[in-house]
Design a protein around this ligand. Structure first.
Ligand SMILES: Cc1cc2nc3c(=O)[nH]c(=O)nc-3n(C[C@H](O)[C@H](O)[C@H](O)COP(=O)(O)OP(=O)(O)OC[C@H]3O[C@@H](n4cnc5c(N)ncnc54)[C@H](O)[C@@H]3O)c2cc1C
Length: 356
């Protein structure tokens, strides 16, 4: 029961409004309906456990246009029973051509691993939708942002109060709420640090077809790296990472950002890059500082306490240099699903503190 709602004589002092909004206890609540949150809910669903996902946005939030998924992610998506939906639509990228902007030298790099598997770049929206459609109706509660989390004992349960006044209680709480995780703060994890770099990502759209080779192309210059990856015949995912300028930060206006990339940041890149940026769908453009949690803060910090834990960027935010943040989030989901599922199978119910 909710601490602070019980009077000295043991009687409940919940207001009628709170009584009305009280939702029955959940087995598992996941805060955040991004890659980690949805994938964890699917992993739990596969072992017969329903989880409730609380997402603060009013719909699936696909900020970041697209992302490259490496073979470890595809193994996780396969385990979740979702991979086939995406591999039917998106192609493996076998090679990358890396241009040294200063010298013009181009290096061909094979992206294929030992098992002839390589990365596939997908629309974020497609990934989120293919996960979400595996979940039963009403598994995702949108416009739901926790403002407080209260543990009722060492190992829970947890009372989660939402912005709209609703209180949800749960035996297990998994924070998949991204780099600024509320749940990570509750666990006492240190805040992620700034890497000193920023990233721009967006989609470029060519209604008549782009005719660009299907391989990944990267352009490397002092303090910046750009890239283009065709998603299909008409859309190209493009990105730029760069040292965050001191003082003269990029403006938040997408048109101005596009202009600055073409005229300033990427002015020395081969012309194909500017051509792609000119075709940018500005509604997909996202500019963000790159932040990470230092490894020792993770090793020596509490990534779980009782039956509360974090996954994905909420646990290990990283820069996108290796393209592994989303991939690791998918791996986290499979591991959590297996461990929590084992607790259910061994005990025929979820035992707080058991192998979860
Ligand atoms: C520029 C860039 C390029 C990248 N490229 C790649 C790549 O190519 N490959 C790759 O694997 N990774 C890539 N990444 C990393 C990847 O985007 C992240 O690791 C991944 O999105 C993490 O997923 P997540 O679900 O943990 O967090 P998020 O995707 O951030 O999702 C968190 C969700 O939680 C919700 N939320 C946040 N706070 C709350 C709250 N308080 N209450 C309720 N809901 C909340 C958010 O609305 C969001 O839906 C890239 C990252 C950047 C910045």
């Amino acid at each position: 029961m909710l601490r602070g709602m019980i009077m000295r004589d043991g009687k409940l002092k919940r207001s009628e409004r709170e009584m009305e909004k009280m939702v029955p206890e959940e087995e598992i609540v996941i805060v955040g309906g991004g890659i980690a949150g949805l994938a964890t809910a699917v992993a739990l669903q596969r072992v017969g456990i329903r989880a409730l996902v609380l997402e603060r946005s009013d719909g699936l939030r696909a900020t970041g246009a697209a992302l490259g998924l490496f073979p470890n992610a595809w193994r996780a998506l396969d385990a979740l029973g979702v991979a086939h939906k995406l591999t039917a639509v998106y192609a493996v990228r076998k090679k990358a051509y890396v241009t040294d902007v200063a010298t013009g030298a181009v290096q061909e790099v094979s992206l294929m691993g030992n098992n002839s598997d390589g990365p596939i770049t997908v629309h974020r929206k497609a990934l989120l939708e293919s996960l979400a459609e595996e979940l039963p109706r009403n598994s995702i509660r949108f416009s739901s942002k926790p403002i407080s989390i209260e543990a009722q004992g060492q190992e829970g349960p947890y009372a989660i109060r939402l912005e709209d006044g609703t209180v949800i209680t749960t035996k297990v709480l998994i924070g998949c709420d991204g780099v600024n995780s509320f749940v990570a703060r509750k666990l006492g994890l240190t805040q992620p640090v700034n890497s000193g770099r920023s990233a721009l990502v967006a989609l470029a759209v060519f209604p008549e077809g782009h005719g660009v080779r299907e391989d990944v192309q990267q352009f490397v210059d002092v303090g910046k790296r750009g890239g283009i990856v065709p998603l299909n015949d008409k859309e190209i995912y493009w990105f730029l990472t760069f040292n965050t300028p001191k003082g003269e930060a990029m403006t938040g206006d997408p048109e101005q950002i596009q202009k600055q990339v073409i005229e300033n940041y990427a002015k020395d890149f081969p012309p194909i890059y500017a051509e792609v940026v000119r075709h940018c769908d500005l509604s997909t453009l996202n500019l963000a500082p790159l932040r990470l949690r230092l490894p020792w803060d993770l090793i020596f910090g509490n990534v779980s306490k009782g039956n509360m834990t974090v996954a994905g960027d909420a646990m290990h935010p990283m820069t996108p240099d290796l393209g592994q943040g989303g991939c690791s989030a998918l791996e986290d989901a499979v591991v959590l699903g297996r461990h929590i599922g084992k607790s259910f199978i061994d005990n025929r119910r979820l035992v707080p503190g058991a192998d979860g």
